[in-house]
Design a protein. Structure first.
Length: 393
């Protein structure tokens, strides 16, 4: 069959076979691209690319992301603040019991594991004995103080200066109504339910602190070794020596504070029996010992409390209490405390006051208790690291 006429405007098309032949026969024709074979994985992840361009947007984005992450972590720390306080208190108590463990290691020749067991059993036995024998006596004496408080207010009202003060402000009548109501705990903690929750919270915190203290005490050497291994090998020996000195100082302070408070409590107990306040002696002596642990103001608060009850009972007893605690505090400040704490902490008086104030402002009573050993540790690090480095320049 003949194709139609072709003119100048008609395109001449070659058959398909001719085009294939031309491509095969033309030596200068480019070769068709071939897909590269996938290389075998040899563990190499390729070469590093060019760094990202440090534009203001990238810097601002990652800066804002860092701020948000820091805020989130800070919020988490604040939310677990009470738990961290329990952990810190447990660590300080474990450091305070460590001298007793080392005493049994040196004197009795016990291995550390057995020495820890002996100390743990002793602590649990002391807590059990205190709960069974002392707590009921303290409860009865506190109830007796509550019953007698309105009568003490009446006797105070007979004083002329107190009468003048009461006429201006009506303090005695308000205090009498408050005491006669007998709902101190309810007013403080927010009712019966609040009292129950406060007691349960105190018991739970005591249990947690006891368990953590025993755990830290049994694993104190392992914990210290693990922390010291985080330091570079070239400085690990010095870090170990400084860390052991800090732990020793904290332990000495905690055990020393317990001894000083025990002396105050026992001395007050004997004195109160002698002057005729035996009905409240155990409760008041326990309060004095407990408050004596608080630096600076604890002993004074306990003395004022006992002296006030003494004046309310009988003026002669109040005068005797004021004289006794005035003399005893001088003895404690200049004889007992320096002898007990001389090997534990070496903190100037001004630093002690500042540390206690800052600790109380941050964490309340717990902060005041932990402030002095913390200040002692910081002072030692400053002397051994910063000052020595400056002297070497």
């Amino acid at each position: 069959m003949t194709s139609g006429p072709s003119g100048p405007g008609t395109a001449q098309q070659d058959p398909p076979g001719d085009r294939a032949a031309l491509r095969v026969e033309d030596p200068e024709a480019p070769a068709a691209p071939v897909a590269p074979a996938h290389p075998a994985y040899d563990g190499h992840l390729g070469e590093l690319g060019a760094p990202l361009r440090r534009s203001p947007f990238v810097i601002g984005f990652f800066g804002g992301l860092g701020v948000f992450l820091a805020w989130w972590l800070g919020d988490l720390v604040v939310s677990i603040g009470p738990t961290l306080v329990l952990v810190v208190v447990s660590m300080f108590l474990a450091a305070g019991l460590d001298p007793a463990v080392r005493f049994f290691e040196r004197r009795a020749g016990l291995r550390r594991s057995w020495a820890v067991v002996v100390v743990i059993v002793g602590v649990l036995a002391a807590l059990t004995l205190f709960t069974v024998a002392i707590v009921p006596v303290i409860s009865d004496q506190v109830a007796s103080i509550t019953r007698n408080a309105p009568g003490w207010l009446d006797s105070l009202q007979e004083n002329q200066r107190v009468q003048e003060f009461d006429e201006k402000y009506g303090v005695i009548d308000k205090v009498r109504e408050y005491v006669a109501g007998g709902d101190y705990a309810g007013g403080i903690f927010g009712g019966v339910l609040g009292v129950g929750l406060a007691v349960l919270s105190a018991l739970a915190n005591t249990f947690v602190v006891t368990v953590l203290t025993l755990y830290f005490l049994s694993s104190l050497q392992t914990t210290k070794t693990a922390l010291y291994r985080l330091a570079p090998d070239s400085r690990r020996d010095r870090v170990t020596r400084l860390g052991d000195r800090i732990v020793e100082g904290v332990g000495g302070y905690v055990s020393g504070a317990f001894i000083v408070a025990l002396c105050a409590g026992l001395t007050s107990l004997v004195f109160l029996f002698v002057i005729g306040l035996g009905e409240y002696a155990v409760a008041l002596a326990f309060v004095v010992a407990l408050l004596d642990v608080i630096p600076m103001i604890g002993a004074t608060i306990g003395a004022v409390l006992v002296t006030a009850i003494g004046f309310a009972t009988e003026p002669k007893i109040g005068i005797a209490c004021a004289i006794f605690y005035l003399v005893y505090q001088q003895l404690e400040n200049y004889v007992i405390y320096p002898r007990v704490m001389s090997r534990a902490v070496d903190v100037p008086g001004a630093v002690t006051v500042i540390a206690a104030l800052v600790g109380a402002a941050l964490l309340g009573v717990v902060g005041a208790l932990l402030a002095i050993p913390t200040a002692a540790a910081l002072l030692m690090l400053t002397r051994e690291v910063v000052v020595r480095r400056q002297d070497a320049r």
